[in-house]
Design a protein around this ligand. Sequence first.
Ligand code: PEP
Ligand code: MG
Length: 753
Amino acid sequence: MAPQVAIRGQRSLLRQIREALAGGGPAQQRLDMVVRIIALSMVAEVCSIYLRRASGEMELFATEGLDVKAVHVTRMKPGEGLVGEIMRLGRPLNLADAPEHPAFSYRPETGEDPYHAFLGVPLLRGGRAIGVLVVQNRTERTYSEDEVEDLQIIAMVLAEMVASGELVSIGDLEGVELAPRRPERIKGSKFADGLAYGVAVLHEPPVASSQLLSEDVVAEQQRLVSALTALKDQIDQMLEGQHGLVDASYEVLETYRMFAHDRGWNRSLEDAVKNGLTAEAAVERVRSEHRARLGQARDPYLRERLHDLEDLNDRLLRHLSGDGSMARDLPDNAILIARNLGPADLLEYDRHKLRGLLLEEGSSASHAAIVARALDIPCVGRLAGLRDKVSEGDPVIVDAETGEAYLRPRPDVTSAIKARIEVRRQRKAEFAKLRDTPAFTRDGVKITLLMNAGLDVDLESLADTGAEGIGLFRTEFQFMVSEEMPRAGAQTALYARVMDAAGDRPVTFRTLDLGGDKVLPYMEAEREENPALGWRAVRMGLDRPALLRIQIRALINAARGRPLRIMFPLVASCDEFRTARSLVDTEIAWAQRRGKPTPSRLDVGAMIEAPSLIWHLDALLPMTDFVSVGTNDLMQYIFAADRGNPRVADRYDFLSPPMLRAMEAIQRACAETGTPVSVCGEMAGRPLEAFTLVALGFERLSMPPTGVGPVKQMVLSCDREAARRGVSALLKSSAGSVRNEIETLARKLYLAV
Ligand code: PEP
Ligand code: MG
């Protein structure tokens, strides 16, 4: 008769395993005991554990039922045999007649000839398989779903207990790759400049092995049910929270809702808890399986779904932790490791201890990247496979100059990076000394250095850098780091805080620049073929004037009689500017009718980002009070090269005739009409580019806070007239990039670039 299931009383089995692993004696003895216990309780004739060696080979580590002489002798090459197949697939293999399977690899030394039924499950930790647990029986049969589930739970507990090193010391398992140990370098993308060295802190740490098993199943079930209910409520609320202001597609939230209500997911969680896991461990168990399975999917749709599921799991864990916060105590030199970080996550950590940030995913426009830049925390993202390659406490380096991460670096790499960090520190200290020195060129031209901002945390930089104001306040950041659409009151409050912090210094508020690479999770707009050329920025604002008017009203309210500067992004035609400006007039009139204080002075400007305006400056400039050149976008449109696509983003040089002539034309037209003009793209913050801009006649530069010091140093050493002569000569003669020539010129002029 076929052996019948197994493990009722799984809880006591899990406890027995735990005790066996925690007991004294060599690791081998303890693992032998574990396979015996599992075989017995699963009524299996064979139970074996295979662990992965650093070479990738799978080695038989313990067995009950097979020939013990095969232990440490039988080794499978990566991908070989059924064990290799399970590692590859990251999921169980349940076979009535194993030798019939094409991947079956016969090993005479094991004496497994009589066994037909085979059930193997991966030992998963995070999304990584560290080994395989197998049970076998003589009789041909397929194991029941319950048995598969049971064995997966056992495998999870086993993997966690072994790999965490808490119960079996890692030394006992020399050579087994429970966690990656070799130095590794991963190439990613730079999200926030800088360098950092420290120890890895996992944003989503695995559940501690001491917290895997529950004390009280009923209580644990209740915890799970209430967390699931809270999760579903939260998603429902998010769905309802869509006020119809924008063409919000419900797709993403609907997918969340679908998963949250998914029977299979709920049942797997409930089963895991019923079998003795804590609710947190149950989430981990189900998550590991999904990760291992979907992580390999090539289909972008499936990978996206994994992303949604991960997010859902994180939310559920947060509900289980009760307070909804993930904040933890950090070591003094923490490097945070995460798949991605949601709105506000990064702000929950103690930023004084946070040295760097490594992300597996993300984009330079993602929340985490925006916040990291604002906090001046070096960040590298798009690091493939990061989370599975690093363990809590590993030494790591963030090299955001080159866009790389070093995991467990060799000592020579560490010393080199420490030396570079020291050089940066000294340079920073030099810049800090210049904070209160006004930025005059040697020939007496005042260059106004402003900073770009977008979040509360940026405001501290105003005082630290000595910037003379905020030349670009990106209002969409507040929207991008919120869970839901910020209401008018919240907008007013932020703008008022910014003006308070700036005091007498001017602040230029840019209205919402959404769309393109800036998408809101709660406002998923229709998918577009070419988002950068699509329905974004002021186009969205003009088509949905309610949103724009709420924002303008919030700005007027926040100004409360102070001066106000408003600027519109990505204006492509004079008509657009005229219409946008008329919305401001309407709101001013509205405030006046209600007797509310209106701004003491109002300046309304346009960003020059679309090349079309360059040939229509004669019509545009008289309509504006000022303009600001957004060189990030202007570059992308002049060269037709997506700024967010690493393949083309750095292909063309700002310091080449087409771009510089465009800049020259803008500067000249502004000078002729007396229109104040600034440059607010990232390049205004790079000394060599800023030098070129000064040479072209620009006198107002707005940049990321970290650029203010270096650019000021450059300005102080610059003779504008000499620079102007040099650059204009270069512009006449050159065919390609003039970067090298400008650099040579700058050196000849003894410039600090
Ligand atoms: C720009 O395009 O240069 C700019 C300053 O705006 P953003 O980077 O926010 O698009
Ligand atoms: Mg722009």
